[in-house]
Ligand binder design. Structure first.
Ligand code: PMV
Length: 368
């Protein structure tokens, strides 16, 4: 795998100060990534819808260190402060420090700057929606904006590719949060240009039924997950069904690619729900085993199945590594489905909370 392309080779024209603000989205996988090897290499390819409303907005202020500061540091030091919604957030710092450590080889200029990171999410804090995908992709885009300023000749295509590459080193699924509306991450023979190192836009024309597809996220459990994704991924090592699962996921991506192009919505529903339940089946059959779904997750799934049957609807669900349910449906069913969610599903959500989202196009710069 050619990671050399992401090293900085030319001489850098350092500037004293810069500030960039990026808004980057969360994403929801249709074909799931679960299982990886070092460094953040997925065991199978995955594909996700990029979201629109669930996003992080991050500003990084870069201030060049003085020469005396650089030479007085006995070893190279990555210097940053972190604010979340304007207030210092010490507990988020270790994850970001680890991210900078992983990317320092590819972004050596970070040693030359003091960074103040100011971040906020559009979704409620600890809503059970993972903020790592949107959060790390936003930091990656800010780093790439700086890299462009000091290393002028970078194409937008390269910037997106490297941002996805960097974001992946922080959290695998973050590699799918730079572009949209559909992103594939992981090398797959039928997706041209696909790579284990970064996400790429789904390269084929997608059927109109999937345009502006809707995702309502039902907040079933807003608490901290009992088992983190990192632990979950590691439990796929020596998992009795792992190899079959990785093969199945790659085959499912081939199927999903055809479905997205031809617009067979019944097959879409079947495959998306099968993927969600297979992901959770992997968790339930790990050793140690664990269950992230809650009783209300199952109540909602059953209600969705009943509604689909009764109304001949094309609503379906998917899950990420948590208890919340993503309700997916075509835009032409929006009015009816929103009514159904409000009257029959919101009672299973904490404080009746849910978030209405739809497919988005990826990262946006907000710096004037
Ligand atoms: O990116 P991570 O390490 O948080 O893993 C995410 C895994 C799932 O959300 C469960 C599936 C996916 O492909 O997004």
């Amino acid at each position: 795998m050619n990671t050399d392309q992401f090293l900085v080779k030319s001489d850098l024209k350092y500037i004293d100060k810069a500030s960039f603000t990026w808004q980057t989205p969360s994403n929801i996988a249709l074909i799931k990534y679960w299982g990886k090897s070092n460094p953040q290499i997925p065991k199978n390819a995955s594909i996700s819808f990029t979201l629109n409303n669930c996003h992080t907005i991050t500003t990084i202020n870069f201030e060049r260190k003085l020469h005396s500061e650089l030479v007085s540091e006995s070893h190279q030091n990555i210097d940053f402060d972190l604010l979340f919604e304007g207030k210092p957030k010490e507990e988020f710092k270790p994850k970001i420090a680890e991210f900078f450590k992983r990317v320092q080889e590819y972004c050596p200029y970070i040693f030359n700057y003091k960074m103040i990171i100011n971040s906020e999410n559009s979704f409620p804090h600890s809503s059970g929606i993972a903020s790592s995908a949107s959060g790390l992709s936003a930091i990656a885009m800010c780093l790439m904006s700086l890299e462009k300023e000091i290393n002028v000749d970078l194409s937008q295509e390269f910037i997106n590719k490297k941002a996805s590459f960097l974001a992946r080193l922080g959290s695998g699924s973050a590699s799918r949060s730079i572009e949209g509306p559909l992103v594939v991450w992981g090398n797959h023979p039928e997706i041209e240009g696909s790579s284990d190192l970064f996400g790429v836009q789904f390269p084929h024309k997608v059927n109109a039924i999937f345009e502006n597809y809707q995702d309502v996220i039902l907040l079933v459990d807003k608490g901290e997950k009992q088992v983190s994704s990192t632990i979950g991924h590691n439990l796929m090592i020596n998992h009795p069904y792992a190899e079959n699962r990785f093969t199945q996921a790659n085959e499912n991506l081939t199927k999903m690619s055809k479905i997205l192009q031809h617009g067979n919505i019944k097959e879409f529903i079947n495959l998306v729900e099968r993927e969600a339940l297979t992901l959770h089946a992997m968790m339930m059959t790990s050793n140690p085993y664990f269950i992230l779904m809650k009783p209300n997750t199952l109540e909602i799934i059953n209600k969705i199945w009943e509604y689909r049957q009764e109304k001949n609807s094309n609503i379906c669900f998917t899950l990420d590594a948590g208890a919340n349910v993503h309700v997916l449906f075509p835009e032409n069913e929006k009015e009816n489905v929103l009514q159904f969610i409000d009257s029959e599903l919101s009672i299973f959500c904490q404080k009746k909370q849910y978030i209405c989202d739809n497919i988005g196009l990826g990262a946006k710069i907000l710096t004037p």
